[in-house]
Design a protein. Structure first.
Length: 335
């Protein structure tokens, strides 16, 4: 749970702002000017004093709850973000999201929404499984980030907000008719490859492929390629222009159907590509496009439902963001 202070008053006089913080820091600097801090220059002393002053000031007030830089850092940890490695603009957008989620959290608590023990256990088990690849063995040993259950409660509340969103068949058809160009496949090709470790090996394989047909390519690919598709005779799949790295795509789509490329080097090794088949431009049918369309409409509707609900909360709750007290320089969004 996020550490936050409670106040008996619904509204309090807000913080004195960044100017006051800087003035306080400069006043302290003036007092200590007679004796310089060992090993610290004036700029670093000012920065340290400012950060020390801001550390005790709230960065957000919602009703009777106050949130501090420590809460925001816990939120960043729970979301997997690295505060030290992010620019101020990215931290600013994460702060905006933090504000929204804390408003949702406050509303969830006010409505008596809670997490069951089973939900908590399932969540902990999921975190443990996700941590195993990174940890190498026992994911359960990884400490649970502070505020993780708060985020889970926000997710549960969000689900309750959007759970009744539906997409009807007429909506799918209307979307399809208005966005047909999104479902036009063009420049598609089935591609195969032989991937080896050295250029010398690739040149040797290329010589073996001279004046041979597809059966020989499949045989050599199975025997020599170290690519994951070797067991399929080198068949990578069907790709549209834009699906593959530009340097590979330039070579592949310049080939005639049934022809192999020269050796192409990449970070993976040395490739010999074969363009197995070219497909004419084709428009997906409504039935083929329906699953993707449903996902697009559903995502948009859920976003709108959540935004509408959040907007209502912001109109009814007493809340105030205090970005001037953040540990970084907040940058307002242009939106």
């Amino acid at each position: 749970m996020y550490a936050h202070k409670r106040t008996d008053e619904r509204r309090r006089t807000m913080g004195r702002g960044p100017a006051a913080a800087v003035m306080a820091a400069l006043a302290l600097l003036a007092v200590s000017a007679c004796g310089r801090d060992q090993g610290r220059d004036p700029v670093s002393r000012v920065a340290g004093l400012v950060q020390g002053t801001l550390r005790g000031r709230p960065i957000l007030r919602i009703e009777k709850s106050e949130f501090f830089n420590a809460d925001f850092r816990s939120y960043l940890e729970a979301t997997g973000a690295d505060a030290k490695g992010l620019p101020a603009e990215s931290l600013s957008r994460l702060y905006d999201r933090f504000v929204d989620e804390m408003i949702l959290l406050e509303s969830a608590r006010a409505r008596g929404i809670t997490l069951s023990e089973d939900e908590k256990k399932e969540y902990l088990a999921k975190l443990a499984v996700e941590a195993i690849p990174a940890g190498g063995s026992d994911g359960a040993a990884k400490a649970l980030p502070e505020g993780a259950f708060d985020r889970l409660l926000v997710e549960k509340y969000t689900f309750l907000i959007v759970r009744d969103v539906r997409v009807d068949a007429p909506e799918v058809l209307d979307y399809y008719e208005q966005h047909k160009k999104d479902f036009l496949h063009q420049g598609r090709a089935q591609v195969s490859q032989i991937l080896v470790d050295t250029e010398e090996k690739a040149v040797s394989v290329l010589r073996r492929l001279e004046r041979t047909g597809e059966p020989e390519f499949r045989k050599i690919a199975t025997e020599e390629s170290r690519g994951p598709e070797a067991a399929r005779g080198g068949v990578m799949g069907v790709f549209e222009q834009g699906d593959l790295p530009a340097d590979m795509e330039k070579v592949i789509f310049s080939l005639d159907e049934g022809r192999t490329s020269q050796v192409v080097e990449s970070s993976y090794g040395f490739h010999i590509f074969r363009l197995d088949r070219k497909y004419s431009p084709a428009l997906q049918s409504e039935a083929e496009a329906a699953p993707e369309i449903q996902q697009r409409i559903m995502a948009q509707k859920m976003k709108e439902a959540l935004a509408s609900h959040l907007g209502g909360l912001k109109d009814t709750l007493t809340w105030k963001p205090l970005p001037e007290n953040l540990f970084f320089s907040y940058q307002r969004s242009d939106e």
